[in-house]
Each structure stands twice: as C-alpha cells, then as structure tokens.
Write a protein that binds this ligand. Structure first.
Ligand SMILES: C[S@@+](CC[C@H](N)C(=O)[O-])C[C@H]1O[C@@H](n2cnc3c(N)ncnc32)[C@H](O)[C@@H]1O
Length: 204
C-alpha cells in the first residue's frame, strides 16, 4: 500500500474516502477522535493548570481533530499542518490547515509554542531523518503536552503501514527522550520545559 509517490499526492481524496468514509474500509470514526481529543485536552490542562488555548496538529489530514476539539473547547485556536495538497486545497482555509511537512516546520511561520501538540496516526509513516527533524521542531514548540501517537512493530494493527516496517518501542522511546519529551502515558508527553512537573509515579 505504501509506494514511492510523494506524500502530498498519495494522500488524495480517494485515500481519505477509503480510510475515513467508506463503511466497508474505514478505520476511523469521529467518536474515536473525540475520545482521543478529550484525553489530550485533559492531560494538557492538568499539567498546564489552565485551559488549552492553542493547538498545533501536524499530519492533521482533513483536520478532523478540529471539530472534536471545538466541541469540547469552543474557543480553541487550531493550526493544522499537512503534506496533502488535496486536504489543504479542500479544507485549508476553513480549518486553518497549512501545507507543510515535518521537515519544513521551521519554514512555515508557526508560532513559538503551543499548549497542545497533536500528531495522530502519522509519525510512524515518516522516513527516519524527517521523523528526527520533526520531533526536534515539535519539542521546541511544546509548551504543555504533546499527543504523539506512535505504533510499533510489537503492536497488533489493522490499516495502512509503511513497507519498511514499524520501529520498536525502544527506538521511539530513545528518540523522544533525546529530545526532552517525558512520557506520562497513553501517547501523551510533557514538553522539555514541563517535564519537571511530573511526579515520579506519573511517568511511564
Ligand atoms: C493516517 S492520516 C492521519 C490524519 C489525522 N492526523 C488523523 O488522525 O485522522 C496520515 C496523514 O499524515 C500526512 N502526512 C504524511 N506524510 C507527511 C509528512 N511528511 N509531513 C506532514 N504530513 C504528512 C498525510 O497527508 C495524512 O494526512
């Protein structure tokens, strides 16, 4: 399923129809995204000790997290970034989604920091060089919590995965720790400046 097309072309309308809309093949639902959004918001607000105001969602696709987040926090300021020209042409203006990749986060005029960073169902698709670069850019912008959803070769999964295979949990743990992220469970990580807020038994 993974091929050599640039990601901007591969993630076209038919990709989103297949995995998000067609009842026979879809693996995503609005309810599941809302649950993840509720988890990420609660975790961020617990550590920040104030409501989440700003969210950066990288690899946001069609920006499905926006409606989930707004249903829970109507005033949230959302910025999405995605490599899909289809998604940005269709939803960019309406949902504040910019065209960009994990490798170009320093070049697309993002803010210095965000209360909540989201990378849902995206990071494990990236070439490793781009993953390293992206994680470093996100670490420097993580004022609160980052929801970094990562699947590993040790997980049992259904869906669309890279041909080159998934990395191990220990690979991802080392990468995130090297960049100052601290795991507090369920795909949630404190950014480097927040890490000291977690008590020993909150860390995983
Ligand atoms: C499985 S979809 C996930 C979309 C959304 N985050 C969600 O949870 O529904 C993967 C997304 O990653 C984006 N993507 C793939 N490679 C990327 C890259 N190098 N930089 C930014 N986005 C990328 C694709 O365009 C696609 O929208």
């Amino acid at each position: 399923m993974r091929n050599s097309q640039p990601s901007g072309e591969r993630y076209d309308r038919s990709y989103f129809d297949r995995w998000y809309r067609d009842p026979k093949t879809r693996v995503k639902s609005g309810i599941a995204i809302r649950r993840k959004a509720a988890l990420a918001l609660s975790m961020a607000e617990y550590y920040l000790e104030h409501p989440v105001h700003t969210v950066l969602d990288v690899g946001c696709g069609e920006g499905n997290w926006l409606s989930a987040l707004r249903s829970l926090r109507p005033k949230i300021r959302y910025t999405g970034v995605d490599a899909s020209t289809y998604a940005v042409e269709r939803f960019g203006k309406k949902r504040n989604i910019r065209l960009g990749t994990f490798a170009s986060l320093e070049e697309i005029g993002l803010k210095e920091d965000y209360d909540l960073i989201v990378c849902s169902d995206t990071l494990f698709y990236l070439p490793l060089g781009e993953l390293e670069q992206g994680i470093a850019s996100l670490a420097s912008r993580a004022a609160g919590v980052a929801f970094l959803e990562l699947y590993t070769g040790e997980d049992s999964l259904i869906g669309d995965f890279p041909n080159e295979g998934l990395q191990s949990a220990s690979f991802y743990r080392k990468l995130l720790t090297r960049n100052g992220f601290l795991s507090v469970g369920s795909h949630c990580y404190l950014g480097p400046d927040m890490a000291e807020r977690a008590m020993q038994m909150e860390q995983t």
